[in-house]
Ligand binder design. Structure first.
Ligand code: ATP
Ligand code: LTN
Length: 329
Protein backbone atom coordinates (compact mmCIF):
# COMPACT_ATOMS: atom_id res chain seq x y z
CA UNK A 1 0.00 0.00 0.00
CA UNK A 2 1.17 3.52 -0.82
CA UNK A 3 2.18 5.45 2.29
CA UNK A 4 0.39 8.72 3.03
CA UNK A 5 2.48 11.87 2.78
CA UNK A 6 3.55 14.16 5.59
CA UNK A 7 4.86 17.71 5.10
CA UNK A 8 6.22 20.11 7.69
CA UNK A 9 8.80 22.84 8.04
CA UNK A 10 10.72 25.09 10.41
CA UNK A 11 12.01 28.60 9.70
CA UNK A 12 15.78 29.16 10.01
CA UNK A 13 14.95 32.40 11.83
CA UNK A 14 17.01 31.90 14.99
CA UNK A 15 18.16 29.20 17.40
CA UNK A 16 15.78 26.25 17.37
CA UNK A 17 14.16 25.92 20.78
CA UNK A 18 12.84 23.24 23.06
CA UNK A 19 9.41 24.47 21.86
CA UNK A 20 10.30 23.56 18.26
CA UNK A 21 11.55 20.20 19.53
CA UNK A 22 8.49 19.30 21.61
CA UNK A 23 5.88 20.86 19.33
CA UNK A 24 7.29 19.61 16.04
CA UNK A 25 10.57 17.68 15.71
CA UNK A 26 9.92 15.02 18.35
CA UNK A 27 6.64 14.14 16.70
CA UNK A 28 8.21 14.03 13.23
CA UNK A 29 10.76 11.46 14.38
CA UNK A 30 8.08 9.36 16.08
CA UNK A 31 5.93 9.02 12.94
CA UNK A 32 8.56 9.00 10.19
CA UNK A 33 8.45 5.28 9.43
CA UNK A 34 4.69 5.24 8.85
CA UNK A 35 4.69 7.95 6.17
CA UNK A 36 6.49 9.37 3.16
CA UNK A 37 7.87 12.56 4.69
CA UNK A 38 8.89 15.95 3.35
CA UNK A 39 10.66 18.06 5.97
CA UNK A 40 11.55 21.47 4.67
CA UNK A 41 13.79 24.29 5.90
CA UNK A 42 11.48 27.18 5.08
CA UNK A 43 14.05 29.88 4.36
CA UNK A 44 11.62 31.91 2.20
CA UNK A 45 9.32 32.18 5.19
CA UNK A 46 12.24 33.33 7.37
CA UNK A 47 12.89 36.37 5.11
CA UNK A 48 9.36 37.73 5.64
CA UNK A 49 11.02 39.55 8.56
CA UNK A 50 14.53 41.10 8.27
CA UNK A 51 17.44 38.61 8.43
CA UNK A 52 21.19 39.09 8.23
CA UNK A 53 22.17 37.09 5.08
CA UNK A 54 25.36 35.71 6.67
CA UNK A 55 23.57 34.58 9.81
CA UNK A 56 20.70 33.14 7.75
CA UNK A 57 23.10 30.95 5.74
CA UNK A 58 24.53 29.56 8.98
CA UNK A 59 21.08 29.01 10.52
CA UNK A 60 19.96 27.04 7.45
CA UNK A 61 22.81 24.59 8.02
CA UNK A 62 22.03 24.45 11.73
CA UNK A 63 18.43 23.50 11.04
CA UNK A 64 19.61 20.80 8.62
CA UNK A 65 22.02 19.46 11.25
CA UNK A 66 19.30 19.45 13.90
CA UNK A 67 16.84 17.64 11.60
CA UNK A 68 19.40 14.87 11.19
CA UNK A 69 20.59 14.93 14.81
CA UNK A 70 17.10 14.40 16.27
CA UNK A 71 16.95 11.22 14.20
CA UNK A 72 15.19 12.07 10.95
CA UNK A 73 16.45 9.48 8.51
CA UNK A 74 16.98 10.51 4.86
CA UNK A 75 15.77 7.06 3.94
CA UNK A 76 12.26 7.92 5.17
CA UNK A 77 12.41 11.69 4.89
CA UNK A 78 13.14 14.10 2.08
CA UNK A 79 15.04 16.93 3.78
CA UNK A 80 15.46 20.10 1.73
CA UNK A 81 15.48 23.87 1.48
CA UNK A 82 12.34 25.59 0.29
CA UNK A 83 14.28 28.12 -1.84
CA UNK A 84 15.86 25.30 -3.86
CA UNK A 85 12.51 24.13 -5.20
CA UNK A 86 11.11 27.03 -7.24
CA UNK A 87 7.72 25.31 -7.54
CA UNK A 88 6.88 26.56 -4.02
CA UNK A 89 6.92 30.23 -5.01
CA UNK A 90 5.20 29.57 -8.31
CA UNK A 91 2.28 27.71 -6.72
CA UNK A 92 2.14 30.43 -4.04
CA UNK A 93 1.40 32.96 -6.82
CA UNK A 94 -1.42 30.80 -8.20
CA UNK A 95 -2.87 30.44 -4.70
CA UNK A 96 -2.53 34.20 -4.13
CA UNK A 97 -5.17 34.54 -6.79
CA UNK A 98 -7.45 32.15 -4.87
CA UNK A 99 -6.85 33.51 -1.33
CA UNK A 100 -8.78 36.57 -0.22
CA UNK A 101 -7.46 39.76 1.29
CA UNK A 102 -9.97 39.51 4.16
CA UNK A 103 -8.85 35.99 5.03
CA UNK A 104 -5.20 36.98 5.23
CA UNK A 105 -6.06 40.09 7.25
CA UNK A 106 -7.60 37.88 9.94
CA UNK A 107 -4.48 35.75 10.56
CA UNK A 108 -3.42 36.28 14.16
CA UNK A 109 0.27 35.57 13.46
CA UNK A 110 0.27 38.40 10.90
CA UNK A 111 -1.49 40.73 13.31
CA UNK A 112 1.00 39.93 16.11
CA UNK A 113 4.16 40.03 14.00
CA UNK A 114 3.20 43.09 11.96
CA UNK A 115 2.43 45.02 15.11
CA UNK A 116 5.97 44.56 16.39
CA UNK A 117 7.58 46.86 13.83
CA UNK A 118 4.48 48.96 13.12
CA UNK A 119 1.80 47.49 10.81
CA UNK A 120 2.60 49.86 7.92
CA UNK A 121 6.18 48.70 7.62
CA UNK A 122 5.46 44.94 7.71
CA UNK A 123 6.56 43.29 4.45
CA UNK A 124 4.01 42.13 1.89
CA UNK A 125 5.70 38.75 2.30
CA UNK A 126 4.65 38.62 5.96
CA UNK A 127 1.04 39.22 4.91
CA UNK A 128 1.34 36.50 2.29
CA UNK A 129 3.12 34.02 4.58
CA UNK A 130 0.14 31.63 4.98
CA UNK A 131 -0.31 31.36 1.20
CA UNK A 132 3.30 30.26 0.70
CA UNK A 133 2.76 27.81 3.55
CA UNK A 134 -0.33 26.41 1.81
CA UNK A 135 1.69 26.03 -1.40
CA UNK A 136 4.40 24.12 0.52
CA UNK A 137 1.98 21.43 1.60
CA UNK A 138 -0.42 21.28 -1.37
CA UNK A 139 2.48 20.80 -3.84
CA UNK A 140 3.15 17.38 -2.30
CA UNK A 141 -0.49 16.40 -1.86
CA UNK A 142 0.41 15.78 1.78
CA UNK A 143 -2.32 14.34 4.00
CA UNK A 144 -0.84 15.31 7.35
CA UNK A 145 0.99 18.35 8.70
CA UNK A 146 2.60 17.79 12.11
CA UNK A 147 2.92 21.22 13.78
CA UNK A 148 2.55 22.98 17.12
CA UNK A 149 -0.68 24.54 18.33
CA UNK A 150 0.17 28.03 16.99
CA UNK A 151 -0.27 26.80 13.41
CA UNK A 152 -3.95 25.78 13.69
CA UNK A 153 -5.26 28.89 11.99
CA UNK A 154 -2.78 28.62 9.11
CA UNK A 155 -3.82 24.99 8.63
CA UNK A 156 -7.48 25.97 8.48
CA UNK A 157 -6.72 28.55 5.80
CA UNK A 158 -4.69 25.97 3.85
CA UNK A 159 -7.68 23.63 3.90
CA UNK A 160 -9.98 26.42 2.75
CA UNK A 161 -7.67 27.25 -0.17
CA UNK A 162 -7.39 23.59 -1.21
CA UNK A 163 -11.17 23.16 -1.12
CA UNK A 164 -11.82 26.40 -2.98
CA UNK A 165 -9.30 25.52 -5.69
CA UNK A 166 -10.79 22.01 -6.09
CA UNK A 167 -14.28 23.44 -6.25
CA UNK A 168 -13.42 26.11 -8.82
CA UNK A 169 -10.99 24.23 -11.06
CA UNK A 170 -11.74 20.55 -10.42
CA UNK A 171 -10.24 18.06 -7.99
CA UNK A 172 -6.53 18.85 -7.79
CA UNK A 173 -5.26 18.92 -4.23
CA UNK A 174 -5.50 16.66 -1.18
CA UNK A 175 -7.11 18.64 1.67
CA UNK A 176 -4.49 18.21 4.43
CA UNK A 177 -5.03 17.80 8.16
CA UNK A 178 -3.10 19.23 11.09
CA UNK A 179 -1.47 16.76 13.47
CA UNK A 180 -0.86 18.41 16.84
CA UNK A 181 0.82 16.50 19.68
CA UNK A 182 -1.19 15.95 22.90
CA UNK A 183 1.59 17.41 25.08
CA UNK A 184 4.22 20.03 24.30
CA UNK A 185 2.20 21.68 21.50
CA UNK A 186 2.43 25.10 23.11
CA UNK A 187 5.53 25.77 25.21
CA UNK A 188 5.57 29.27 26.67
CA UNK A 189 8.41 31.76 27.17
CA UNK A 190 10.61 31.23 30.23
CA UNK A 191 10.71 34.96 30.94
CA UNK A 192 7.00 35.44 30.21
CA UNK A 193 4.74 32.38 30.41
CA UNK A 194 1.85 34.26 28.79
CA UNK A 195 3.55 34.35 25.35
CA UNK A 196 4.56 31.40 23.15
CA UNK A 197 8.25 30.49 23.27
CA UNK A 198 9.69 31.79 20.03
CA UNK A 199 13.14 31.26 18.51
CA UNK A 200 13.23 34.75 17.04
CA UNK A 201 13.11 36.39 20.48
CA UNK A 202 16.09 38.72 21.00
CA UNK A 203 16.22 37.68 24.68
CA UNK A 204 18.21 34.44 25.20
CA UNK A 205 16.60 33.92 28.65
CA UNK A 206 13.24 33.62 26.84
CA UNK A 207 14.02 30.15 25.46
CA UNK A 208 16.10 27.02 25.85
CA UNK A 209 17.85 26.41 22.53
CA UNK A 210 18.48 22.85 21.36
CA UNK A 211 22.16 23.79 20.94
CA UNK A 212 22.50 25.53 24.35
CA UNK A 213 25.29 24.16 26.54
CA UNK A 214 24.04 22.01 29.45
CA UNK A 215 25.00 24.61 32.06
CA UNK A 216 23.15 27.33 30.18
CA UNK A 217 20.05 25.11 30.07
CA UNK A 218 20.19 24.52 33.84
CA UNK A 219 20.65 28.20 34.51
CA UNK A 220 17.81 29.31 32.22
CA UNK A 221 15.37 26.86 33.82
CA UNK A 222 16.47 27.88 37.31
CA UNK A 223 15.83 31.53 36.45
CA UNK A 224 12.53 30.93 34.65
CA UNK A 225 9.73 33.15 35.87
CA UNK A 226 7.62 31.70 38.67
CA UNK A 227 4.14 32.60 39.81
CA UNK A 228 2.89 33.16 43.33
CA UNK A 229 2.02 30.13 45.42
CA UNK A 230 4.45 27.29 46.01
CA UNK A 231 2.41 24.19 45.31
CA UNK A 232 3.43 22.09 42.30
CA UNK A 233 0.03 21.91 40.66
CA UNK A 234 -1.15 22.57 37.08
CA UNK A 235 -3.45 25.46 37.77
CA UNK A 236 -4.77 27.51 34.82
CA UNK A 237 -4.35 30.64 36.95
CA UNK A 238 -0.60 29.97 37.26
CA UNK A 239 0.87 29.89 33.73
CA UNK A 240 4.51 29.63 34.88
CA UNK A 241 4.11 26.38 36.82
CA UNK A 242 1.84 25.01 34.08
CA UNK A 243 4.61 25.64 31.53
CA UNK A 244 7.28 23.92 33.61
CA UNK A 245 4.99 20.90 34.09
CA UNK A 246 4.18 20.82 30.37
CA UNK A 247 7.86 20.79 29.46
CA UNK A 248 8.58 18.10 32.04
CA UNK A 249 5.75 15.91 30.81
CA UNK A 250 6.45 16.36 27.09
CA UNK A 251 10.16 15.76 27.63
CA UNK A 252 10.03 12.51 29.61
CA UNK A 253 6.55 11.12 28.95
CA UNK A 254 5.26 11.20 32.55
CA UNK A 255 1.72 12.50 32.91
CA UNK A 256 1.11 15.78 34.73
CA UNK A 257 -0.81 14.10 37.62
CA UNK A 258 2.14 11.70 38.05
CA UNK A 259 4.56 14.61 38.26
CA UNK A 260 2.29 16.50 40.68
CA UNK A 261 2.16 13.44 42.94
CA UNK A 262 5.95 13.12 42.85
CA UNK A 263 6.41 16.74 43.92
CA UNK A 264 3.83 16.81 46.67
CA UNK A 265 5.33 18.67 49.60
CA UNK A 266 8.26 19.87 47.48
CA UNK A 267 8.78 23.33 45.99
CA UNK A 268 9.57 25.19 42.82
CA UNK A 269 13.32 24.87 43.38
CA UNK A 270 13.16 21.06 43.38
CA UNK A 271 11.02 20.95 40.26
CA UNK A 272 13.25 23.38 38.38
CA UNK A 273 16.41 21.52 39.31
CA UNK A 274 15.02 18.21 38.07
CA UNK A 275 13.45 19.73 34.97
CA UNK A 276 16.83 21.24 34.06
CA UNK A 277 18.33 17.74 34.23
CA UNK A 278 15.48 16.17 32.25
CA UNK A 279 15.97 18.71 29.46
CA UNK A 280 19.77 18.42 29.49
CA UNK A 281 19.48 14.64 29.30
CA UNK A 282 17.04 14.84 26.39
CA UNK A 283 18.92 17.48 24.42
CA UNK A 284 22.58 16.58 25.07
CA UNK A 285 22.80 13.71 22.55
CA UNK A 286 21.04 15.84 19.92
CA UNK A 287 23.39 18.75 20.56
CA UNK A 288 26.50 16.59 20.34
CA UNK A 289 25.40 14.93 17.13
CA UNK A 290 24.39 18.26 15.55
CA UNK A 291 27.77 19.83 16.39
CA UNK A 292 29.54 16.89 14.72
CA UNK A 293 27.40 17.27 11.61
CA UNK A 294 28.11 21.01 11.50
CA UNK A 295 31.81 20.19 11.21
CA UNK A 296 31.15 18.93 7.70
CA UNK A 297 29.06 21.60 5.94
CA UNK A 298 29.78 20.13 2.49
CA UNK A 299 28.07 16.89 3.50
CA UNK A 300 25.04 18.80 4.87
CA UNK A 301 24.80 20.71 1.58
CA UNK A 302 24.98 17.44 -0.34
CA UNK A 303 22.08 15.98 1.67
CA UNK A 304 20.02 19.14 1.11
CA UNK A 305 20.74 19.18 -2.63
CA UNK A 306 19.75 15.57 -3.05
CA UNK A 307 16.57 16.25 -1.02
CA UNK A 308 15.69 19.18 -3.30
CA UNK A 309 16.08 16.97 -6.35
CA UNK A 310 13.71 14.37 -4.89
CA UNK A 311 11.22 17.06 -3.85
CA UNK A 312 11.20 18.64 -7.32
CA UNK A 313 10.22 15.32 -8.90
CA UNK A 314 7.02 15.27 -6.84
CA UNK A 315 6.28 19.01 -6.90
CA UNK A 316 6.77 19.65 -10.59
CA UNK A 317 3.85 17.57 -12.01
CA UNK A 318 1.49 18.87 -9.30
CA UNK A 319 2.35 22.47 -10.21
CA UNK A 320 1.88 21.72 -13.92
CA UNK A 321 -1.54 20.23 -13.23
CA UNK A 322 -2.61 23.29 -11.17
CA UNK A 323 -1.43 25.64 -13.95
CA UNK A 324 -3.25 23.66 -16.64
CA UNK A 325 -6.47 23.77 -14.64
CA UNK A 326 -6.16 27.54 -14.23
CA UNK A 327 -5.49 28.00 -17.94
CA UNK A 328 -1.89 29.20 -17.64
CA UNK A 329 -0.14 26.14 -19.10
P1 ATP B 1 9.71 32.47 14.92
O1 ATP B 1 10.01 32.96 16.29
O2 ATP B 1 10.78 32.79 13.93
O3 ATP B 1 8.34 32.82 14.42
P2 ATP B 1 9.06 29.85 15.98
O4 ATP B 1 9.97 29.54 17.11
O5 ATP B 1 7.66 30.25 16.29
O6 ATP B 1 9.76 30.88 15.00
P3 ATP B 1 8.53 28.23 13.62
O7 ATP B 1 9.66 28.03 12.66
O8 ATP B 1 7.53 29.27 13.25
O9 ATP B 1 9.10 28.55 15.07
O10 ATP B 1 7.81 26.87 13.91
C1 ATP B 1 8.33 25.59 13.63
C2 ATP B 1 7.49 24.53 14.30
O11 ATP B 1 7.66 24.58 15.73
C3 ATP B 1 5.98 24.68 14.06
O12 ATP B 1 5.41 23.40 13.92
C4 ATP B 1 5.49 25.34 15.31
O13 ATP B 1 4.13 25.10 15.56
C5 ATP B 1 6.39 24.71 16.35
N1 ATP B 1 6.56 25.60 17.51
C6 ATP B 1 7.11 26.83 17.50
N2 ATP B 1 7.12 27.36 18.73
C7 ATP B 1 6.55 26.44 19.54
C8 ATP B 1 6.25 26.41 20.94
N3 ATP B 1 6.55 27.43 21.72
N4 ATP B 1 5.68 25.31 21.45
C9 ATP B 1 5.38 24.26 20.66
N5 ATP B 1 5.62 24.22 19.33
C10 ATP B 1 6.19 25.30 18.77
N1 LTN C 1 4.56 28.57 9.39
C1 LTN C 1 5.18 27.39 9.91
C2 LTN C 1 6.40 26.99 9.17
C3 LTN C 1 5.98 26.38 7.90
C4 LTN C 1 5.28 25.15 7.74
C5 LTN C 1 5.09 24.99 6.34
C6 LTN C 1 4.81 24.21 8.65
C7 LTN C 1 6.17 26.88 6.65
N2 LTN C 1 5.63 26.05 5.72
C8 LTN C 1 4.38 23.91 5.85
C9 LTN C 1 4.11 23.12 8.12
C10 LTN C 1 3.91 22.98 6.76
C11 LTN C 1 5.47 27.61 11.35
O1 LTN C 1 5.57 26.68 11.99
N3 LTN C 1 5.57 28.81 11.80
Amino acid sequence: MQKQRVFSGIQPSGNLTVGNYLGALKNWVAIQKEYENYFCIVDLHAITVPQDPKVLRQKIREVAAIYLAVGLDPEHCVIFRQSKVAEHTELAWLLNCVARFGELSRMTQFKDKSQKGGADSASAGLFDYPVLMAADVLLYNAHLVPVGDDQRQHLELMRTLARRFNHTFGDTFVVPEAMIPPTGARIMGLDDPTVKMSKSSPVPAHYVAILDEPDAVRKKIRRAKTDSGSEIKADPERPAIRNLLDMYSAMNGKSIPEIEAEYEGKGYGDLKKDLGEVIVEGLAPIREHALELLDDPAELDRILDSGAERARKVASPVLRDAKTRMGVE
